[in-house]
Design a protein. Structure first.
Length: 290
């Protein structure tokens, strides 16, 4: 059954916005995807849970959104700012909902740069804890989450300029090793007659790679990109190549924030014009009939 309409609602973003008084910003991302079938049935997909369940619950209440009837939770990748609220959220829901993620989401997440060492950048709970509270589904290939909504699984990395993160490490067989964050992925929503949108967490796999992969999964190019692009430390040259390839593929709208970075946002605002928007807690994109 195809869906008539989808709403993508940013529940938590770094920026609190200005439309609704009292909404909180927090470094991280949580997105509710609501799809409405032509029969009238609604499905709720929660994509990422922010770094703290209390902000997610607070913002959802202010927005009048009930998360108790969420059908499925999908995770973009292991980082704490996307997974930190998972235990609080599952306890709050009080049911064993499916949690869909890549197996590497459970690997330790370690960030090492010249100025920072963080051993707690990954998901802040154990596999046992997750399995105790949810129906954990670990997969590398795409999974349909609801009518018109697919989680994309492992993203093939093809572009030359979207380089694997050189600051990401994990521990494997007792050794500290570089980790390319193969768990990083997105969700695609396709509404017949209106087109598709891809929703991303941090885009560590590269947003162009993710859009290309989403196009292969659903057989059409997403017109819109929504979420974080992790271009915060990218060079102007990489940002230019990213914009040009998104355009070449057919992306018309970018609704971005979180780790996208001010320089990339400014360059995208200039290139995409009315097709650019900065997301914030409470921001909403509608695909389909209003
Ligand atoms: Fe992030
Ligand atoms: Fe991340």
């Amino acid at each position: 059954m195809s869906c008539a309409r989808a709403e993508v609602i940013i529940l938590v973003d770094d920026y609190a916005g200005y439309n609704i008084r009292g909404l909180l910003g927090q470094h991280g991302l949580a997105v509710l995807i609501k799809v409405l079938e032509k029969s009238g049935r609604t499905y709720k997909v929660l994509f990422d849970v922010g770094q703290d369940g209390s902000v997610l619950v607070h913002n959802s209440k202010l927005l009048g959104i009930d998360l108790h009837d969420v059908d499925v939770i999908a995770l973009s990748h292991r980082h704490y700012d996307h997974t930190g609220g998972i235990v609080d959220m599952l306890k709050n829901i009080g049911r064993r909902v499916p949690v869909v993620a890549h197996p590497d989401v459970l690997k330790p997440g370690i960030v090492i740069t010249e100025s920072r060492v963080d051993f707690s950048a990954g998901i802040p709970c154990s596999e046992g804890e997750l399995r105790g509270l949810s129906n954990l589904v670990l997969a590398r290939t795409p999974i349909q989450l609801a009518p018109s909504v697919w989680w994309l699984g492992e993203v093939p990395r093809k572009t030359s300029y979207e380089r694997e993160p050189d600051w990401s490490y994990t521990v494997s067989e007792g050794k500290l090793v570089r980790d390319p964050l193969k768990d990083d992925t997105g969700v695609v929503i396709s509404i017949e007659g209106y087109g598709a949108a891809v929703v991303v967490g941090c885009s560590h796999s590269g947003i162009v790679n993710i859009v290309e992969h989403a196009s292969e999964v659903i057989g059409e190019v997403p017109k819109a990109v929504i979420g974080g692009l992790h271009l915060i430390s990218a060079s102007e040259d990489v940002i230019k190549k990213t914009i040009s390839d998104l355009r070449r593929l057919g992306v018309e709208e970018v609704h971005v924030g979180h780790c996208t970075g001010l320089k990339a946002e400014a360059m995208m605002a200039s290139e995409f014009g009315d097709g650019f928007a900065k997301i914030y807690s409470g921001y909403k994109v509608v695909i389909g009939t209003e």
